[in-house]
Ligand binder design. Structure first.
Ligand SMILES: Cc1cc2nc3c(=O)[nH]c(=O)nc-3n(C[C@H](O)[C@H](O)[C@H](O)COP(=O)(O)O)c2cc1C
Length: 191
């Protein structure tokens, strides 16, 4: 897929997980994409924990996910993004570790989409329970997780179609200004 096509096709698809195993090379590819993200002063504060295998995934989800997220148990792989805020820079009092990990995480999601794998960013976990079950050290914060899965049936495009058809996004002119704050950037793209 071309980059723009991949961006357009990425969707959160927690309802389309399958138990089919993911090849280690594909896990390595999405982590490699994550690691290539830019970061403030190149601090690369991100750390990832890969949980693989039915038993291991089920244990984490059971212990650290809320009732409404128990469906993630069906994933063959879960990836957890973490960071220690002290490993990154602040600028004008603003912390950048969340921004940097976000950039890496989006790279990961896009790489997975490009490989035809299903993802779904999520943050609502019980952090204390997660720290315990994944042995996350003091000072390191959990930031976001995603399953990595083949679609339950059919191709990625088929699995994503319904979600993409229902996608709700603000238009460019609602989110971008021209020359100064407040003047909508009018786009000819019709998006
Ligand atoms: C930071 C972040 C946190 C999220 N947390 C959750 C979550 O806890 N549970 C969930 O089901 N989805 C979660 N989502 C998925 C969003 O609901 C989803 O990205 C959004 O509705 C847009 O849909 P799309 O990703 O399919 O384009 C999260 C997404 C982001 C970026």
């Amino acid at each position: 897929m071309e980059t723009l096509e991949t961006i357009r096709k990425r969707a959160s698809l927690k309802n389309r997980l399958s138990s089919r195993e993911i090849e280690p090379a594909k896990i390595a590819m999405v982590l490699d994409a994550a690691r290539l993200a830019p970061s403030a002063r190149n601090q690369q504060p991100w750390r990832f924990i890969v949980v693989q295998g039915k038993e291991n995934v089920e244990k984490v989800v059971k212990k650290a996910f809320f009732e409404f997220s128990q469906d993630f148990k069906g994933a063959p792989v879960l990836i957890f993004a973490c960071a220690n805020p002290r490993d990154d820079v602040t600028h004008d009092g603003q912390e950048y570790y969340l921004f940097d990990v976000g950039l890496a995480f989006e790279n990961l999601l896009l790489a997975a989409t490009d490989l035809g794998l299903v993802t779904h960013p999520m943050v609502s976990v019980k952090e204390d329970a997660l720290r315990e079950v994944l042995n996350i050290p003091d000072g390191v914060r959990f930031i976001a997780a995603t399953p990595l899965s083949y679609p339950d049936k059919g191709s990625y495009d088929e699995a994503a179609r319904e979600r993409l058809n229902g996608r709700v996004r603000k238009s460019v002119s609602e989110i971008a200004y021209y020359q100064r704050w407040g003047t909508p950037f009018e786009t000819a793209l019709g998006v």
